[in-house]
Write a protein that binds this ligand. Structure first.
Ligand SMILES: N[C@@H](CCC(=O)N[C@@H](CS)C(=O)NCC(=O)O)C(=O)O
Length: 239
């Protein structure tokens, strides 16, 4: 299989983690969100909506939408209950994620990290307000539970983790919701979550994928940019 993705995207992280958790063999192809590589005829042929993640199956079929990819990969595994009501509860949280988490926290994070928030201050503030409300909902939903369905981690936890764990990037502080913060730590400790996300500004394609995240993290911590990086990948020099 091939995952078309970007290492700063929470939607792509969800797909990557599930691929790893089910032990799938796959290659990763990075598309540069900022250079319009998701809006080319080639990518529209993979996903009519022109977004990532897209999973290409071994027979050449393309699957779009992170939720659909997760449900496809989790079918028949411990991560997706077979019992209809339990499965419907998984779906309910995943629909909530798309409506309230991704649409608010995901978008506010993108605006903040890409430097676009100051151009649309009212939109940014509204997404942050709705994002904080979504975290309060999640806090209530997690009360008395280790994971969303109870004691077992499911694909619903992964779907929500994608953007909730980086809510601080969006200006929606996790420490206002201690139950959510504990759940984030619990999920992050599971196998498959080691790589995490890289900040948008530092993740343009250019370095080989195996070096990409380590190089970006070192650069963010103050190291010189790797010589292989093109000029457009580097941050402006400090004034
Ligand atoms: N609902 C979709 C959202 C996908 C999405 O918004 N992907 C973003 C990256 S996180 C993207 O491809 N943006 C590029 C573009 O819109 O051209 C999902 O869950 O997969």
């Amino acid at each position: 299989m091939i995952l078309y993705e970007h290492p700063s995207s929470g939607n792509c992280l969800k797909a990557r983690v599930m691929l790893d958790q089910v032990g799938a063999s796959y290659d990763r192809v990075e598309l540069d969100l900022f250079a319009g590589e998701t809006r080319t005829p080639e990518h529209f042929a993979r996903n009519a909506d022109g977004r990532i993640p897209v999973l290409e199956l071994d027979d050449g079929t393309y699957l779009a939408e992170s939720g659909a990819i997760l449900l496809y990969l989790a079918e028949g595994t411990e991560y997706l209950p077979a019992e209809p009501v339990e499965r419907a509860r998984v779906h309910a949280w995943m629909f909530f994620e798309q409506n309230q988490i991704e649409a608010n926290i995901g978008v506010a994070r993108f605006l903040a990290l890409s430097g676009r928030a100051s151009g649309v201050p009212e939109v940014f503030a509204d997404r942050q307000r709705r994002g904080r409300e979504a975290l309060a909902t999640l806090e209530r939903g997690l009360a008395g539970r280790d994971f969303l369905l109870g004691s077992a981690y499911t694909v619903a936890d992964l779907a929500l983790y994608g953007y909730v764990h980086v809510a601080d990037d969006a200006g929606c502080p996790l420490d206002e919701h201690p139950g959510v913060a504990s759940w984030v730590r619990r999920v992050a400790a599971l196998p498959g979550f080691e790589e995490g996300l890289t900040p948008c500004l530092l993740t343009r394609a250019g370095a080989p994928s195996s070096d990409r995240c380590a190089a970006a993290a070192a650069y963010a911590a103050g190291s010189a940019a790797p010589a292989s990086w093109p000029a457009w990948r580097r941050l402006p020099a400090a004034p």
